[in-house]
Design a protein around this ligand. Structure first.
Ligand SMILES: Cc1cc2nc3c(=O)[nH]c(=O)nc-3n(C[C@H](O)[C@H](O)[C@H](O)COP(=O)(O)OP(=O)(O)OC[C@H]3O[C@@H](n4cnc5c(N)ncnc54)[C@H](O)[C@@H]3O)c2cc1C
Length: 470
């Protein structure tokens, strides 16, 4: 560990060095933009003591993409010398030896963390990129000229830096209010003495043994476990609960879902051969011909979804799955939906993520509100966030978990998918690529004079912060 002091003004601050923030940095290095950003002042800030892993490596589930998709993010010739030591990484070798299999996310997290540490060591030593780990962004003030002031805290030390542009990917969270609101839309309300609610994020981070420890004494022949959602996370929760609690006698899980269960297929022919009904206008990506390309269940979640739809069981277990469609108004289904919300038991919220954002203000002290969109935050095609009135906030970019990007018509998606797209490959390619271009344009537009003045600003009050990269 080394002590390091920071200056007070940067051309760009990258807030959050999880898979999305690192995707931006890797891509900026590949395109040559990182060197010029670093020359003008580039600070990477993360609350964790290590880079690259984010939350992804915490999930005890299978990825929704094959190993080669993650390896592709590290494959550029410009990165080869930096990543040579990955040969000694067990996670790297595992993915490389089975590139067409879907790996466990714990392995993916290990690989991304190792690669990101190697990368940050290189760019801090050779390009002058600065890094503040163990440091939280607590407050952001938009100065009104496209630049920002950030209040940072590391332990008991707090200080401020100015940034000409801000790439903000601080991850997502699952607000309880969002669950209440989604249920209320269907005239459903959680009773005070009803189920105990858990987030899918918390449960997916538990090993089978930890799930047994948490729920072991609540499993009876008629215990009620309800999962709310219909995506990769929801089916992964069904899978993990069924596999962990089957041996304790768990008989049934209930899935409350809004949209139809959608499965991914490489082509319409493959879907039809599997007996899956395809709405060609809504479910097929016009660019790739794939079925439910953005919103369909893949790999292990696909297997669980297929078995649940076909025979009502989680594959490989004796646990049955009851499907309850939220919009189903038949008396029998309504009765079951109301029971799930009112009777004691467990309910798991797996209906997406809301963004983690620090307090944001205008220079005059008024709150800066960013506009939400289904599945994330509203942004323009370049990932520039929009304010409450729909106007882009110049210089503020986000595309990671809780934000995402709208589907790009050039790259394709299915019409039935109306949420936001995010994933590691996108972070390293399309999503960050658009931000890099827009950020460079934004910084070029800020006057040379103001940047020079700012770079000469005094260093008063800049504390020492521990860097864990050494
Ligand atoms: C259950 C689940 C499964 C997924 N599976 C896949 C998959 O198989 N394949 C795929 O490509 N994608 C997958 N994703 C999507 C996505 O790749 C991951 O969610 C990924 O972790 C998102 O990266 P991120 O950097 O946006 O957020 P995070 O991983 O949450 O990282 C956020 C970073 O910001 C830092 N931070 C937070 N607050 C602050 C603050 N105030 N100041 C400074 N730093 C802060 C954190 O320390 C962290 O390092 C999955 C998502 C989920 C939820």
């Amino acid at each position: 560990m080394t002590d390091q002091s920071f200056r007070s003004n940067y051309a760009c601050v990258v807030g959050g060095a999880g898979p999305a923030g690192m995707g931006f940095l890797f891509n900026a290095y590949k395109t040559g933009a990182l060197a010029s950003l670093a020359r003008s002042g580039l600070l990477v800030v993360d609350a964790a003591l290590a880079v690259g892993r984010g939350r992804l490596g915490d999930y005890h589930i299978t990825a929704n993409s094959v190993g080669d998709v993650f390896l592709d993010c590290l494959r550029d010739p410009a990165l080869l010398p930096i990543f040579a030591p990955l040969e000694h990484s067990a996670a790297f070798r595992r993915l490389r030896d089975d590139p067409h299999g879907a790996p466990m996310l714990t392995q993916v997290g290990e690989l991304l963390a190792h690669a990101s540490t190697l990368f940050m060591r290189y760019v801090t030593q050779h390009l002058g990129v600065e890094v503040a780990l163990g440091t939280r962004i607590e407050k952001i003030t938009a100065q009104g000229d496209g630049s920002f002031q950030l209040a940072l805290r590391s332990g008991s030390c707090s200080w401020q830096v100015d940034a000409g542009g801000l790439v903000l990917n601080l991850g997502g969270r699952q607000n309880r209010e969002y669950l209440h609101w989604s249920l209320a839309e269907q005239d459903l309300h959680l009773a005070h003495d009803g189920p105990i609610v858990y987030s899918s994020d918390a449960l997916l981070s538990l090993s089978p043994a930890e799930l047994v420890e948490l729920f072991g004494d609540r499993v009876t022949s008629d215990s009620q476990f309800t999962v709310v959602g219909g995506s990769h996370s929801a089916f992964s929760v069904l899978d993990n609960l069924a596999c962990a609690l089957d041996c304790l006698g768990l008989e049934r899980l209930t899935l409350m879902h809004r949209a139809p269960i959608r499965l991914f297929f490489e082509s319409v022919e493959e879907a039809l051969a599997a007996g899956y009904r395809v709405d060609e206008g809504m479910d097929v990506c016009p660019v790739s011909g794939r079925v439910n390309r953005s919103g369909g269940l893949r790999y292990r979640a696909h297997q669980v979804g297929t078995d649940v739809l076909a025979n009502g069981h989680v594959s490989g277990t004796r646990v049955k799955v009851e499907l309850l469609r939220l919009a189903d108004r038949s008396p029998a289904t309504r009765e079951r939906l109301e029971q799930c919300c009112s009777e004691p038991g467990v309910m798991v919220q797996a209906i997406g993520y809301q963004p983690c954002l620090p307090a944001m203000r205008h220079a005059n002290g008024e709150p800066l509100q960013v506009r939400e969109s289904k599945g994330g935050l509203d942004s323009d095609a370049a990932g520039c966030l929009r304010d409450f009135n729909g106007q882009p906030i110049p210089g503020l970019y986000s595309f990671g978990l809780g934000s995402g990007l709208a589907a790009n018509p050039m790259l394709g998606s299915e019409r039935s998918f109306d949420s936001r797209i995010y994933g590691v490959w996108q972070f390293h390619h399309d999503a960050s690529g658009r931000v890099i271009e827009a950020l460079q344009e934004h910084l070029a537009g800020q006057t040379q004079q103001s940047r020079e003045q700012a770079l000469d600003a005094p260093l008063d009050g800049t504390p020492f912060v521990l860097s864990a990269l050494g």
